[in-house]
Design a protein around this ligand. Structure first.
Ligand code: PLP
Length: 364
């Protein structure tokens, strides 16, 4: 009797690690120049948008989608040029795939290892799936500290190693030889997260056949489909077949399947947009490099990390001027006074540079 009228609170019911988490932060951005989330700033040509409208109008949304998304996988295979002996697992964004991998290995005491600073979801997902998390600091110039990583792997025996390549939020690629040594020494799986492959000239997909404990993950979010939520994992048939058991049925909805197939038939268009973004990245880097008190870092992604004095104040001043970027300053000691800006359209980039110059003038 007495127990029935006791109020159940989140604090009394939920796991402590969930109570301790901070929700993934998504700031309000209405009306702002939005350069905080690595989105592709370009819309699609009108004719393609009309084709998409027809596809959506004719979609059988009363039915469940193709559970295996066979046509979509065939499109991905054609576009990426995958080796025959690897398979594809699709996710509702690649975030979902990180979670699926974590759940798959979550035996008591299992460990996920990554480097820091890197993509914050590795740690967050490890935490709420009950994995131990180990973050090995990068060196001062954001490269892999190979001896430290090898030692940490020896000590913690991680089931999963995640490497973002290029790395978010630092923008750099890692040394390929160091990655190969990590794959060879790892006691478990190494997942190389190629979210920014379209802006870099490097991929580990050719290494898949020789390294059975390697998986490569990609997303279409940074290539102009962030709103569709589609990521994928490639690896040996044996691994993918097991991981498929954890994929929730119909995780990729029918509209995403149809629209992504259509867009992949126009992959060249998306790649041209990525080329444009790479050129504008160079412009942006050169502009940042000549501003006193600003130190940009070379990037192989569609964003640039830069150090500036009084980053917190500069971030606020930029916001006052209608420009939203990302404040990374308090996220890791190596990122003290660092801000991260996504490459936008040439016009947005100019607005950002102007607002940054004014902000520095205001603050310094
Ligand atoms: C953006 C990003 C992702 C997540 O992408 P979604 O497919 O949109 O979930 C994964 N990894 C890294 C490194 C990212 O920057």
């Amino acid at each position: 009797m007495s127990s029935t009228n006791r109020v159940v609170t989140p604090e009394s019911l939920l796991r402590q690690e969930v109570l301790d988490l901070q929700a993934y932060p998504v700031p309000e951005s209405a009306g702002m120049v939005k350069l905080d989330a690595m989105e592709n700033p370009y819309l699609l040509p009108q004719s393609l948008r009309e084709e998409i409208a027809r596809l959506v109008a004719d979609a059988a949304i009363n039915r469940y989608p193709d559970a295996d998304a066979q046509q979509l996988k065939a499109c991905i295979r054609a576009v990426i040029g995958l080796p025959q002996n690897v398979d594809i697992l699709l996710g509702n964004g690649s975030d979902e795939i990180i979670q699926l991998l974590a759940l798959a290995v979550a035996k008591p005491g299992a460990t996920l290892l990554s480097v820091e600073p890197s993509f914050m979801m590795y740690k967050m997902i490890a935490t709420f799936t009950g994995l131990q998390y180990v973050g090995v600091p990068l060196t001062e110039n954001f490269s892999l500290d190979l001896p430290a990583i090898l030692a940490a792997m020896q000590h913690h025996r991680p089931a999963l190693v995640f490497l973002s390549h290029p790395n978010n939020p630092t923008g750099n690629l890692f040394d390929a030889e160091a990655i190969a040594q990590i794959i060879d020494a790892a006691p478990g799986l190494v997942v190389v997260d190629e979210a920014y492959y379209a802006f870099a000239n490097a991929s580990l997909i050719p290494m898949l056949t020789r390294h059975p404990n390697l998986l490569v993950m990609r997303t279409f979010s940074k290539l102009g489909m962030a709103g569709l939520r589609l990521g994928f994992l490639v690896g040996s048939k044996a691994w993918i077949a097991q991981l498929e058991k954890l994929r929730l049925p119909y995780n990729v909805n029918i509209l995403t399947q149809l629209v992504a197939e259509k867009l992949l038939q126009h992959h060249d268009l998306l790649l041209r947009q990525a080329e444009q973004i790479k050129q504008d990245r160079t412009w942006l880097y050169e502009r940042l490099a000549v501003i006193a008190d600003v130190q940009p870092y070379v990037s192989d992604a569609n964003f640039i990390l830069f150090r500036v004095i009084h980053a917190d104040k500069i971030f606020k001043e930029l916001k006052k001027r209608g420009v939203l970027i990302k404040n990374s300053s308090s996220s890791h000691p190596l990122l003290l006074d660092c801000l991260r800006v996504t490459v936008g359209t040439p016009q947005e980039n100019e607005q950002f540079i102007r607002a940054l110059q004014e902000s520095i003038h205001q603050v310094v």
